[in-house]
Write a protein that binds this ligand. Structure first.
Ligand code: ADP
Length: 224
């Protein structure tokens, strides 16, 4: 089978207070896949995103990202792993206020140690890739919601991560802008980017080639 970017085995997550948000999840995402993780609110999707994104550690089970097992890493090593291997897109864009699109994207590879000139060059190419080559000097408030989300996608992919992890990427957009962002992600999948989208948007889920449906902290059914 293809190279495994994400490998979860028997992942259990308990929160303080006794809530068991994940009840033993097994999930493999291979390089080049576009997977939608769907399910109603409260079923553990965000918790799963935190596990895949290495933003939190499991209570039991193993999480491996690009071959690295999370349990063996210090917090510092974990943030380095995250910076190198995972690009995040959130519902609320999370762009820096008052900072140009170019520098918002250039900040996505701060960890690389490259100088500002090189980072800006790569940021410009990433903005062209998302169709915003003519908006590089615009600041977030000078862009539409759909454009802001495209900047966020550019920032997520500028470092060429192994995985693009999107949490409700269309949740804050009207349907036209949401469709554009979805098309953008589909285009990136078409050129080889591995993508996992967490969503309860049925339109988004319906178009994904692979769907993992969560229920009550477990994977209920998977459709390919
Ligand atoms: P979803 O993203 O599908 O809405 P979540 O992963 O956010 O689901 O939540 C799954 C369950 O875990 C819910 O019952 C929620 O209340 C609980 N939960 C989530 N985060 C925490 C937390 N930090 N502390 C305690 N319980 C939590």
């Amino acid at each position: 089978m293809s190279e495994r970017i994400v490998e979860l085995e028997g992942v259990v997550k308990r929160y303080a207070g006794g809530v068991q948000a994940l009840k033993g999840v097994d999930l493999v995402i291979g390089r080049g896949e576009l997977t939608a993780i769907v399910g109603p609110s409260g079923t553990g999707k965000s918790t799963l995103l935190h596990m895949i994104g290495t933003l939190d550690r499991p209570s039991e089970g193993t999480v491996r990202i690009a071959g690295h097992e999370v349990a063996g890493l210090t917090d510092r090593e974990l943030s380095a792993l995250r910076a190198r291997h995972i690009g995040f897109v959130f519902q609320q864009f999370h762009l820096a206020v008052g900072v140009s699109a170019l520098d918002n994207v250039a900040d996505g590879i701060l960890y690389s140690g490259a100088g500002l000139g090189e980072r800006r060059e790569r940021a410009r190419a990433a903005l062209e890739r998302v169709g915003l080559g003519k908006r590089v000097t615009h600041r977030p408030h000078e862009l539409s919601g759909g454009e802001q989300q495209r900047v966020a996608v550019a920032r997520a992919v500028v470092g060429e991560p192994d995985l693009l992890l999107a949490d409700e990427p269309t949740g804050n957009l009207d349907s036209a802008a949401g469709a554009e962002v979805l098309e953008l992600l589909e285009g990136m999948h078409g050129t080889g980017t591995t993508i996992a989208i967490i969503t309860h948007d049925m339109e988004v889920a319906g178009r994904a080639p692979r769907r993992v449906r969560m229920r009550d902290g477990a994977i209920m059914v998977e459709v390919r």
